[in-house]
Design a binder for this molecule. Structure first.
Ligand code: DON
Length: 307
């Protein structure tokens, strides 16, 4: 049965390939220069089987797909109470780069939008870490999820920092509310470095499979985070992972998921599967157009909808 999976994946890719809807992210030159035709999909199982088709070893920046994993690291490093005190778990219903802070406390609605992710980055690692140590902790943690050492795309970092006005504004607001306690610029820089980690669709599938395998990387056998952390992360992915398209996603796909602006998309189902797709053209919500189509198909063909 398993040997038919690569053919199934190749057929699914062939069906969505002609769809050229959507736009590349163009707020920095590096993303605007991506090859829009790239297309890949990978399934990884909790017992370490990996099946892929298309562009599964092409590197691109992880971007917002880093958010659930950095949230996992913050929960693991600081525990639930201190993290929940600073970042909520409610869908914002707004775009990922909206300010979206609770009006009385300034607490970001959730860790998947930028406000929450910038805060989450500041909570990874231990309290006294300097910004470089924190980034190192995050890159090491993302690498443990992937099961191989990941590196940062420095050119993307430089460009992102030049266009980070909105994230800087959000971070200064967070500092004003006392949600951030460190230099806002340094935290945004760290968050951008986290988003600029290079991954392939294969890496993303392994990261998703580590969530599906309840915190243990299926290939390395390393326990990256504890089970309660995984449950928290998957819960927030299912309500907030697709931003203001979260409701459509929940009804049509029904898999905890996270998208990134470079075209990556992951989904994870505990005990079953980690899925990743890569296709750079995005819809109005910032989610990969062909990635969403592929997930709709996978969910329907394999009965993966959790509801
Ligand atoms: O914060 C930003 O704007 C980007 N570096 C990451 C945003 C992102 O991936 C949004 N997801 N679709």
């Amino acid at each position: 049965m398993r040997s038919v999976i690569p053919d199934y994946l190749a057929e699914a890719l062939g069906d969505v390939e002609p769809d050229t809807a959507g736009q590349l992210a163009d707020y920095i030159p590096e993303l605007a220069a991506a090859d829009p035709e790239r297309l890949g999909a990978v399934f990884a199982t909790p017992d370490g089987e990996v099946y892929g088709a298309g562009d599964i070893d092409t590197e691109f920046t992880i971007q917002s797909i880093s958010k659930p994993f950095a949230y996992a690291l913050a929960l693991a490093d600081r525990d639930f109470g201190p993290v929940l005190a600073k970042v909520g778990v409610e869908p914002s219903g707004e775009a990922f780069n909206q300010i979206s802070l609770e009006s009385d406390t300034g607490r970001p609605f959730n860790p998947m939008i930028n406000a929450g992710a910038i805060t989450t980055h500041s909570l990874a690692g231990s309290e006294g870490m300097n910004p470089a140590e924190r980034v190192e902790r995050v890159v090491r943690g993302l690498s443990a999820f992937a099961g191989r050492p990941l590196r940062i795309d420095e050119a993307v970092c430089v460009s992102e920092m030049e266009h980070a006005h909105r994230n800087l504004a959000i971070a200064y607001m967070l500092r004003g509310y006392g949600i951030l306690t460190e230099d806002p610029r340094a935290v945004v820089e760290g968050y951008i470095r986290q988003c600029s980690v290079l991954v392939t669709a294969r890496d993303l599938a392994m990261m998703a499979a580590t969530l599906a395998n309840r915190g243990v990387n299926p290939l390395s056998g390393e326990r990256v985070v504890r089970e309660p952390v995984v449950r928290q992360v998957l819960s927030v992915m299912s309500t907030c992972g697709m931003y203001d398209a979260a409701g459509d996603w929940a009804t049509q796909v029904g898999i905890p998921a996270k998208s990134g602006v470079a075209g990556g998309l992951i989904g994870a189902l505990p005990g079953q599967i980690g899925i990743a797709t890569f296709s750079p053209r995005l819809d109005a919500h910032g989610n990969s157009v062909r990635g969403v189509s592929l997930f709709e198909r996978f969910s329907s063909d394999m009965g993966l909808h959790v509801m």
